[in-house]
Design a binder for this molecule. Structure first.
Ligand code: NI
Length: 259
């Protein structure tokens, strides 16, 4: 039986939530048997919790506050969310830094404080972290290297260079790189180089749905079922059988998320 994991997605998003039954059923038809819905603000955690209750054994929760929502961060509140759902929360995420849009120095400082606080929370619950880093490569590395050296770290939607990936592997042994629809884009040369150089044991598959639809559906609403397309592309790039990609990435996800 083919089994694929979507290690980072947002079925809780308005674009997918209404049709969640169909979305999940299309995922299952495409061999995507495990779906990790990932938090960004407190409202999202409520829906993610509901999805996990509604689709037991398929949907799991990743709870955290995204850097773009750092102003609503409340360590105590997040800690309560995690402890009350500890059996279905597999990681803390997505957490990190996002300097893509105009961000003041003051907000950068707040983002860093929140990021460190969420890392500490994950440590306390012995959970892996799922990291979002956009236009903030160096600051993200510095914080992870200082506070998360011995943790399981998933760099979701990895967009860095081969050198950056190697630097992470050297410093944070349990580092994983989240690979999604970008791999299928025409201009994905950098990411193609990364998946060729980085050992397969460091790769996780993710859709980040409803965003980042793989080619030829680029720009359309993405769904967890797209993991199959991403896995096919990876198998083509690496010259490996689809079944090898499936087995390796599923094992990686099970090991990383303790599932
Ligand atoms: Ni995401």
């Amino acid at each position: 039986m083919i089994m694929l994991f979507d290690t980072h997605t947002h079925v809780n998003d308005d674009k997918l939530y209404e049709d969640r039954k169909e979305v999940i059923s299309r995922a299952l038809q495409n061999s995507v048997k495990v779906i990790l819905n990932t938090g960004d603000n407190f409202a999202s955690l409520e829906r993610i919790k509901k999805l996990t209750e509604e689709f037991p054994g398929i949907c799991y929760s990743v709870f955290g506050i995204h850097p773009s929502f750092c102003k609503e961060y409340d360590a105590k509140k997040l800690s309560t969310y995690i402890s009350e759902n500890i059996n279905s929360v597999l990681a803390v995420g997505e957490i990190g830094l996002d300097y893509f849009y105009e961000v003041s120095e003051e907000e950068k400082i707040l983002q860093k404080e929140v990021f460190i606080s969420e890392i500490m929370l994950a440590k306390r619950y012995q959970l892996p972290i799922v990291v979002h880093s956009r236009s903030a490569d160096e600051d993200t590395f510095v914080i992870l290297n200082e506070y998360a050296k011995n943790m399981k770290v998933d760099l979701h939607c990895f967009s860095g260079s081969v050198e950056m990936a190697e630097r992470y592997i050297k410093n944070i042994p349990n580092i994983m790189f989240g690979i999604g629809g970008v791999l299928t884009f025409n201009n994905a040369k950098r990411l193609v180089d990364v998946v060729k150089k980085v050992p397969l044991k460091h790769l996780l598959l993710e859709t980040d749905a409803p965003y980042l639809s793989p080619s030829p559906y680029r720009g359309k609403i993405n769904e967890p079922k797209s993991i199959k397309i991403i896995a096919e592309k990876l198998s083509e790039i690496l010259g490996l059988e689809f079944s090898e990609i499936e087995k390796a990435t599923t094992l990686n996800a099970r090991r990383f998320f303790n599932l």
